[in-house]
Design a protein. Structure first.
Length: 434
């Protein structure tokens, strides 16, 4: 178990509120080992006589509910196992801390696709979605799931379960559409989480120590190919006080100065959950007094509502319009809806049979798409159609166009090239997973 380090994050708060410390645990790659991570944190609470308010996981969470989910988990066969998430999904165990996670490149992608917009993967365990922002108390947390691969970045979300041997990998590749939505965020984000590192972040830390431990990183650092270009763009746009990542199975810290005298982002990458590895970090933030709960974020719901009509769902290259959208009317609409309903996410609902460790296999063999009631409820709340199980979008003409600006005469729409991109036969994603 790695030693605990407390780091303070200054968060701007109104003077009328009493500032207190919120303790947040950050974990690198989970690889389905919830039992050991929670046990480690419970032990830290006991020996340090403190209270941890939240756990954030940086990907490879592996929310595997039953043996059917293993079919959508892109890992070598020797690493394909149930691990411990299913206990929390079934109710056999309950998460001792509120938990927020993003997706990585080793996930039960069929389940995460059910929760594309975010939602409870299990009681008290919240998936941020393929991209998302939520609030926890007064702290604003954003995240981007998956890893960057340039050959899929400009395409739509064309994959549908059950996945073939190619789609099982491409489904977790970051898409421009999700990044573009995050680029629309204007209000400050306190913590941001990505699975792979922002491109160039190694320039801001002790990369010599890094390559001493991981010499095979040297070529990528020199070629400036280590990390995600979209994540780097988000880092520059959002400038959060903290950014956490995982993926490369090592600990690395950096301080990113945004311009001369500008804000500083404290970057930290963490390891996978293995004894003796640096897979956990405790940070301390200033916050309003609790109780703390995961809540919908008004601005993010407005962005989701504004851009959902053009969610790309085919293999065609997707182009956005070059016009900024006026979000104020949508913000007011979402604010009114939240004031009526409240900001708590819709309740967790099981959608598949739970794994039974006393049986040789899980009951049920459905491997297609389930309409998750949480997702349906959120879309109904936002008055949006459900399209996640469409093999082709209902209105294909909207998929190759930019978002509609309802305040302009022409709608702010820019035609796009509808030519399909030919995908390569092989995809080099076989990272070490255990």
């Amino acid at each position: 178990m790695s030693s605990k380090v407390i780091l303070e994050i200054p968060v701007s708060m109104p003077d009328t509120f009493r500032k207190i410390s919120m303790k947040i645990a950050i974990e690198g790659c989970m690889h389905g080992d919830l039992d050991n991570v929670y046990a480690t944190l419970l032990h830290l609470q006991e020996v340090e006589r403190t209270k941890i308010d939240l756990l954030i996981c940086c990907g490879d969470f592996q929310a595997v509910r039953n043996e059917t989910d293993l079919e959508s988990l892109s890992v070598p066969p020797k690493y394909r196992s149930m691990n411990s998430f299913w206990k929390y999904y079934s109710g056999e165990k309950v998460a001792p801390f509120p938990t927020i996670f993003i997706g990585g490149n080793h996930e039960a992608s069929n389940y995460l696709w059910e929760l594309y917009y975010g939602g409870w993967a299990a009681p008290d365990i919240y998936f941020l979605g393929f991209a998302g922002v939520v609030k926890f108390g007064s702290i604003r947390i954003g995240g981007l799931s998956g890893i960057y691969k340039s050959n899929h970045y400009h395409l739509g979300h064309f994959e549908r379960p059950p996945y073939n041997s190619k789609d099982i990998k491409s489904v977790y590749h970051v898409r421009e559409y999700d990044v573009h939505k995050l680029m629309q965020v204007q209000e400050p984000v306190d913590i941001f989480v990505s699975h792979d590192w922002p491109l160039g972040v190694t320039d801001h830390g002790n990369w010599k120590d890094l390559v001493r431990d991981k010499p095979y990183f040297m070529e990528e650092i020199q070629d400036r190919t280590l990390g995600s270009k979209p994540a780097a763009e988000l880092l520059e746009k959002l400038k959060p006080p903290y950014w956490f990542s995982a993926h490369l199975h090592c600990k690395f810290a950096a301080l990113v100065q945004h311009g001369d005298g500008g804000p500083v982002t404290k970057f930290l990458a963490l390891d996978k959950c293995i004894p003796g590895r640096n897979f956990l970090q405790i940070i301390e933030v200033e916050s309003e007094p609790g109780p703390y709960e995961i809540q919908y974020d008004e601005e993010w719901l407005a962005i989701t509502r504004r851009y959902n009509s053009i969610i790309p769902l085919t293999m065609k290259r997707f182009f956005f319009g070059d016009k900024e959208l006026d979000m104020e009317e949508t913000r007011q609409w979402v604010r009114s809806k939240l004031q009526s309903r409240g900001t708590k996410p819709f309740e967790f609902v099981r959608t598949v049979p739970c794994y039974n460790s006393s049986q040789t296999s899980a009951s049920g063999s459905f491997s297609g798409h389930n309409r998750n009631p949480q997702t349906e409820a959120l879309l109904q709340f936002l008055e949006l159609p459900y399209v996640l199980d469409d093999s082709e979008p209902a209105d294909s003409s909207s998929i190759s166009r930019g978002p509609v600006d309802y305040n302009s005469e022409d709608g702010g729409i820019k035609d796009a090239d509808a030519n399909e991109i030919q995908l390569p036969e092989e995809d080099d994603d076989d990272d070490e997973v255990a």
